[in-house]
Ligand binder design. Structure first.
Ligand code: GLN
Ligand code: ZN
Length: 756
């Protein structure tokens, strides 16, 4: 009884129709009814499309007007108390206020959805009694059935994951908290069963993280209760993004099916099945097509994996599906105008569903029936693998020669002395993180240039004028270390991707990042190789205008990797190494051109951390290696900086230390300094700039606030190693705010120096 299934479909539409509809509504250009009507059309179209692709179990209720975690919270009436709400189904306006804030109240916090680049709204529990305000899965089931005659598979975020992602409850009251939601979940299931729903997908991705035995106990309670509430409903308990943490427990739960990820599990799920078997009465929902990457599957290999799974469980009670929701990939390759060799090796949501359909047919009727598709998939992959883009011999040779452990030739202490002699900076030097305001004008000129309306020279002249203006501003501000301002960059990854070999940019390959915000990650399809200097011209120009040191500004290898779709024929670590090797050449080129401070940003380092702690070391080791490959070949006097946009370093401080940078700047202003201890406890002995004010807020900080932040830091850190800077780049701020805030910052620094 092989079946094909999907776990979730992109909400955004082929041309981001969804985003436009939302934003029209937010601007007051359309009514709530219009928004609901438009999005309903889109949603039904998506369901229809999946039907046409031959998918048996089509997800319903996976659609969202903003975020599925927020949907779940709203379904349970969990509207934070600061927003007006009188019970009943949460009104559209209130729903969006929780997500986006209003004049009087801030929005709920946003967090990364597991290890993806999707962000969910953190539910705030405990302020109102949980209530079932609507049965969402049931409503969406009925909608598809009435409009299309399609009986879908409702999707529901499971109680454990929902609560673990939320805040507003005490961890030691987890049992009670779960219990307060269980009757509501039970009611949802009972009603679904009564409606005649056959399958229900309950998502519990939390079960692949470091789940404690106590949490497994709770999980048992949950699923026993739910089973009693709807004994005939076929529940698929769905996990994804890694191997389930306790295989033996999950297969003992009273559900009809277990959903496992066979792509991002490091082979562990298959190994568990082979070792412990799989219950005969259960269905295995096997995620074998990568739901998070954009590559076409080798259907031969996938068929073999399926055969192995089938052999291990000893039955054909298998549902063939993507490894996770397809929310994380773009909609379709169809409209892309890119080289055919690459295009045919790509597979976005629609193409992945075709692959699933083909595999299901093959499983049912035998491989011979799908021979042609298997061959086609293999040929496409072979063509790309053997293309010159993936076989850069020169690079391979160079990389081989670069083997060994990259290290600075001197230790941090010696470098500090040499750098102090070279730069003669005062104590508590002031600087910024890199970007200055990207005004409308800057964006307008870039657009003109991209459209060919102005020449390269005209564009360069414009950029130079911006640089010059801001060098002068920095002189007036009396900052110690300058930056050129990054006016030539739209995005810190795109800018480098466009200049390196091996990257492809697409026209429509958008994925949702948060709310209506979509990103278009570059696709790293080939060997990443250095072609020409990328940042030298602008940096050298800036340096020519001042005697103060200007920091070169690069995006680090791990951030480029984590914000791209990455080829999967070689390891991610290998790709990171290639990127790092290109950056190394840029670092050396900057140094040759007398740029003696170089900042390599790694804001996405934390984002790539695996979901299980035991896998952290491998990731961090590779990250440290790449970063050092890029940055350690410089001379003693050349000062390497890095910047990271978060403040919690407690659990990765050893890796941060191992980067061996001369100066790190990090965000602390929003964490109220609570993490400063991390750097002190470890006696971190390198330069450190704690963000002394929050750039995310438009207000200009006061001198007292900044002084207090500095004093708090200096209570713990060595003033000789301390730098003063804002907590991130300033590109989203306007000029007036930026200058105002920096004035105050410099004043506070001067005041502080006098006190020392
Ligand atoms: N140098 C970058 C900037 O200032 C850093 C951005 C970031 O940390 N995300 O914009
Ligand atoms: Zn930052």
């Amino acid at each position: 009884m092989y079946k094909s299934s999907n776990l979730g479909y992109p909400r955004i539409g082929e041309k981001r129709e969804w985003k436009r509809a939302l934003e029209r509504y937010w601007k007051g250009e359309s009514s709530g009814e219009e928004l609901l009507e438009e999005t309903k059309k889109l949603r039904l179209k998506n369901i229809q499309k999946q039907k046409l692709q031959g998918i048996d179990l089509i997800p319903v209720g996976d659609f969202s007007l903003y975020d599925h975690v927020l949907d779940t919270a709203a379904m349970f009436g969990q509207v934070p108390a600061r927003f007006a709400y009188n019970g009943g189904k949460v009104p559209l306006q209130t729903y969006f206020q929780i997500a986006r804030g209003n004049k009087f109240a801030v929005a709920s916090a946003m967090k990364k959805w597991f290890n993806t680049n999707y962000h969910y709204m953190v539910p705030e529990l405990g302020e109102r009694k949980p209530l079932l305000t609507e049965n969402r899965p049931l409503a969406f089931f009925r909608e598809a059935k009435e409009a299309l005659g399609i009986e879908g598979k409702p999707v529901l975020l499971g109680p454990l994951t929902f609560i673990k992602l939320a805040k507003g409850y005490e961890e030691d009251k987890l049992e009670e908290t779960v219990e307060s939601y269980l009757p509501l979940y039970a009611q949802i299931l009972t009603e679904l069963e009564r409606e005649g729903v056959e399958w229900l997908q309950i998502d519990e991705p939390y079960l692949v993280t470091d789940v404690t035995p106590r949490e497994w106990n709770i999980t048992q309670q949950i699923y026993q209760t739910l089973q009693k509430a709807a004994p005939k409903l076929k529940v698929i308990l769905q996990t994804y993004f890694d191997a389930v943490t306790d295989y033996k427990t999950i297969i003992s739960l009273p559900v009809a099916g277990i959903g496992l990820d066979f792509v991002h599990d490091d082979g562990e799920n298959l190994a568990s099945i082979q070792q412990y078997g799989f219950p005969k009465e259960k269905v295995l929902a096997a995620g074998i097509i990568d739901g998070r990457n954009v590559w076409r599957a080798n259907l031969e290999e996938k068929g073999e994996l399926l055969a192995e799974i089938q052999k291990a469980i000893g039955s054909d009670k298998i549902i063939i599906q993507p490894s996770s929701s397809l929310l994380h990939v773009p909609v379709t390759v169809k409209e892309e105008q890119i080289d055919l060799i690459l295009k045919e090796a790509l597979s976005f949501a629609d193409e992945k569903l075709q692959e699933i359909n083909t595999l299901t047919e093959g499983a049912r009727k035998g491989k011979a029936v799908i021979r042609a598709q298997i061959d086609k998939s293999k040929e496409a992959i072979i063509r790309l693998n053997s293309s010159s883009a993936r076989n850069n011999q020169v690079l391979q040779e160079e990389l081989k020669r670069a083997a060994g452990k990259p290290e600075r030739s001197d230790n941090a202490k010696i470098r500090q002395q040499a750098q102090q002699e070279a730069f003669k900076l005062p104590i508590l030097p002031t600087t910024t993180i890199g970007s200055f305001p990207q005004t409308k004008e800057v964006r307008k000129e870039r657009l003109k240039w991209r459209k060919g309306e102005i020449t390269n020279e005209e564009y360069e002249t414009f950029i130079q004028a911006e640089i010059k203006k801001w060098i002068e501003i920095q002189e007036d501000l009396e900052l110690e270390v300058f930056v050129h301002g990054e006016f030539e960059r739209t995005d810190m990854v795109e800018y480098f991707g466009e200049k390196l070999a091996g990257f492809q940019f697409t026209r429509f390959a958008w994925v949702q990042s948060y709310g209506s915000r979509c990103v278009k990650p570059p696709i790293i399809y080939g060997d990443v190789a250095y072609e020409n200097p990328m940042t030298v011209k602008e940096t050298v120009y800036a340096q020519s205008l001042t005697t103060k040191p200007v920091k070169g500004m690069l995006t680090g290898p791990i951030t480029i990797l984590n914000w791209s779709f990455v080829r999967d024929d070689i390891s991610r670590a290998e790709v990171a190494k290639q990127i790092a090797f290109s950056l190394k050449k840029e670092v050396e080129e900057l140094e040759r051109n007398n740029i003696r401070m170089i900042q390599v940003d790694e804001p996405a380092l934390r984002e790539g951390l695996p979901l299980k702690k035991e896998k952290w070391k491998k990731y961090l080791d590779a990250a440290v290696y790449s970063f050092k490959l890029a940055t350690t070949s410089v001379e003693r006097e050349t000062q390497i900086h890095t910047h990271m946009c978060y403040s919690n370093f407690e659990d990765i401080i050893d890796a941060i230390d191992a980067l061996d940078v001369d100066v790190i700047s990090i965000e602390t202003s929003r964490s109220h300094g609570e993490f400063i201890q991390t750097f002190a406890k470890k006696t971190y002995e390198k330069g450190i700039g704690l963000g002394v004010y929050d750039i995310h807020s438009p207000r200009v900080p006061t001198k007292e606030e900044i002084t207090e932040n500095i004093e708090n830091a200096l209570a713990v850190l060595d003033p000789r190693l301390f730098w003063i800077n804002p907590d991130c780049g300033l590109k989203t701020r306007n000029e007036e705010e930026t200058i105002g805030a920096l004035e105050v910052m410099v004043e506070a620094a001067k005041g502080m120096r006098e006190k020392l």
